[in-house]
Design a protein around this ligand. Structure first.
Ligand code: HEM
Length: 274
């Protein structure tokens, strides 16, 4: 099976759409919209036909959200959209635009990252049958394994862009106010200052503070959810399909060419007949 299309993507979409309060009958539509919005053409203005299609997708999505939010305003339910509508700080509520941006942000970051987290974990386990067998026998080790897999081969390669607040020197380089700085998390994770033998995947490590979910005020809002999703996904897959392996050589895997996300387009795996 293809782990991305047939396992990680449906799981991640179901979870985040359900949490937001999108009815199950609309999950497929939302999945198609959000795939379209994060496709590489979404950031390219050059292809007018694609830009028009994208605008149409955006308009359909906004129409859908307008109806959904109006419905939740009338009849709130125990879901995140209702909570965002009712959220209030110092008498101030989210405007319609702020609400839509928030829903879109949560929907898109809430599944693209999780899909790559789950598939990167499965990829590494499919290549390491002995480790997969240990985790199958001792599922209590899965949470630590997920943390190490995030460090070793996490789905978010870089943080979002930062800008220098004042002129400064940093490790011999001069940074000017307003300069853009790209923080490469994947590089920090393979730095010997991060842990001993950083190029080795070792689930018995303790006390490693990885940056896979960021740090500081922008620390990932979805970290607890993403962790649980990955832990459940791996446990379920290992229990149901013992002996998974890659169905093609690693060199033939095709990777997304996204500067922030690190993940494969498809992940074909196989397992022995029982
Ligand atoms: C349930 C799924 C997820 C949701 C809803 C979610 C949501 C978010 C949101 C809203 C932010 C922005 C926080 C801010 O700017 O204040 C964020 C940041 C971040 N998320 Fe997630 N996320 C999810 C999964 C993941 C996963 C699986 C990873 C990687 C293992 C990840 C890594 C990050 C990182 C590194 C940042 C910080 C980016 C930066 O500092 O520039 N997220 N997340």
């Amino acid at each position: 099976m293809d782990v991305v299309e047939e396992f990680a993507l449906p799981l991640a979409i179901e979870v985040i759409a359900d949490l937001l309060g999108i009815d199950a009958s609309n999950h497929q539509r939302v999945r198609a919209w959000s795939r379209m919005l994060v496709s590489p053409s979404a950031s390219s203005e050059r292809n007018t036909q694609k830009t028009q299609r994208l605008r149409q997708v955006m308009e359909d999505f906004v129409t859908y959200l307008t109806h959904l939010c109006a419905e939740r305003r009338r009849r709130p339910r125990p879901d995140l959209i209702s909570a965002l509508i009712m959220a209030e700080e110092a008498g101030d509520q989210l405007s319609q635009d702020e609400l839509f941006s928030m829903v879109l942000l949560i929907l898109i970051v809430g599944h693209e990252t999780s899909v790559h987290l789950i598939s990167n974990c499965v990829l590494n386990l499919a290549e390491r049958p002995a480790l997969a067998a240990i985790l199958r026998e001792s599922p209590e080790q899965i949470p630590a394994a997920v943390e190490e897999l995030i460090r070793f081969d996490g789905p978010v390669e870089r943080a979002t862009m930062r800008f220098v607040a004042k002129d400064m020197r940093w490790h011999g380089a001069t940074l000017r106010r307003g300069d853009g700085v790209s923080l490469i998390l994947a590089s920090a994770h393979r730095d010997p200052g991060c842990c001993p033998a950083p190029d080795v995947l070792d689930i018995t490590r303790t006390g490693v503070k990885h940056l896979g979910f960021g740090l500081g005020p922008h620390y990932c809002l979805g970290a607890p959810l993403a962790r649980i999703e990955a832990q459940i996904a791996i446990n379920t897959l290992l229990q149901k399909l013992p002996g998974i392996s890659l169905a093609l050589p690693r060199a033939q895997l095709r990777w997304h060419s996204n500067p922030i996300l690190h993940g494969v387009k498809q992940l074909p795996i196989c397992w022995p007949d029982r």
